[in-house]
Design a protein around this ligand. Structure first.
Ligand code: NAP
Length: 291
């Protein structure tokens, strides 16, 4: 039995889909308010709980052989990016789980002080490596699915917003590829106890994204570039009356200010280990939104 957390999320939902297509037994950890009917239709085992509750994690981990941690935090990095993953690791070990796949983030080990999520991912990676479980850590770059609403807006208006340096590079990756890699990690010998940066085939400059949309939707881009200083000013202003929101904008600041791309050698290693070709952003957007 696989346990997938974040089973209604971009990566988790796709992982459950693929596992059911392979007729593998899978338990999706979902909240009661989640939209999980698709998982039921695929005959996944539904576990209703909340990852902020350790007792729910303890119950969900029973009779589990493989665990894929793919949940997000919705701004609560301490409880979900950190604590829930530590609890999942502890209960996985107590229940004899054979392999733990952790979806981290590209750059987790760079020590970005401003982002609680990046810090939590780094601490969880370190904990998992020391813990004695078989593991695979996947560090995805930005997900192509996050760009779908922006691509739809572009299709309707031609508008595209870039925050920060338009020359910054990112290896936008398909969540479908990340999900496939997560599943295959538990059976591929070369993935055991390894950490993989996971990116799409191209290190794209941010300014290249509207050019790709322009090709797909056959319209000229109207690109607006907001300098990082504007985000900083807005953050400072918000901080005067809402320190929590100011803090949670730290991850956006980190993502906007830095480059998140994989080297060609890293992509080659990924494609060789998992015997696949990583999908480009252009192919992903065309596949989902068509023309
Ligand atoms: N998005 C990116 O660009 C990106 C890049 C690199 C790494 N990652 C990492 O990849 C992982 C998956 O990201 P994603 O974008 O696929 O996720 P997502 O679409 O944002 O979905 C988050 C998932 O976590 C679940 N969740 C949140 N709080 C929960 C709680 N208290 N109890 C149970 N479930 C809870 C959500 O359930 P509901 O349906 O109930 O809300 C949802 O299924 C995350 O660890 C993220 O940090 C993401």
């Amino acid at each position: 039995m696989f346990l997938v957390t974040g089973a209604t999320g971009q990566i988790g939902r796709q992982a459950v889909r693929l596992l059911r297509e392979r007729e593998e037994p899978v338990r999706g950890f979902v909240r009661l308010e989640s939209n999980y009917s698709e998982l039921e239709q695929r005959s996944a085992d539904i576990f209703i709980g909340d990852l902020t509750e350790e007792k729910d994690i303890a119950r969900a981990c029973q009779d589990v052989k493989y665990l894929i941690s793919a949940h997000g935090s919705g701004g609560n990095a301490q409880a979900l990016d950190y604590r829930a993953n530590i609890d999942l690791i502890d209960h996985a070990q107590a229940n004899g789980v054979e392999h733990f796949v952790f979806i981290s983030v590209l750059g987790a080990q760079r020590g970005y002080e401003d982002s609680p999520t990046f810090k939590a991912k780094r601490e969880v990676e370190n904990y998992l490596k020391k813990n004695g479980l078989n593991y695979t850590i996947l560090q995805p770059s930005g997900l192509a699915s996050d760009l779908l609403p922006l691509a739809e807006r572009f299709r309707n208006t031609g508008f595209y917003l870039i925050i920060g340096d338009p020359k910054n590079r990112t290896s936008i990756v398909s969540p479908d590829d990340v999900a496939k890699i997560a599943i295959d990690s538990v059976r591929i010998e070369g993935a055991r106890n390894q950490t993989f940066p996971v990116g799409g085939p191209e290190a794209l400059k941010r300014e290249e994204v509207p050019e790709i949309f322009s090709r797909i939707f056959k319209r000229d881009p109207i690109t607006v570039n907001v300098p990082l200083a504007v985000l900083d000013t807005v953050r400072e202003g918000i901080g005067l009356f809402d320190a929590q929101t100011q803090k949670s904008l730290g991850t956006l600041r980190t993502l906007s200010a830095n480059e998140f791309f994989c080297t060609q050698a890293e992509i080659n290693q990924l494609e060789t280990t998992f015997n696949m070709k990583m999908e480009s952003l252009e192919s992903f957007i065309t596949r989902y939104l068509g023309t």
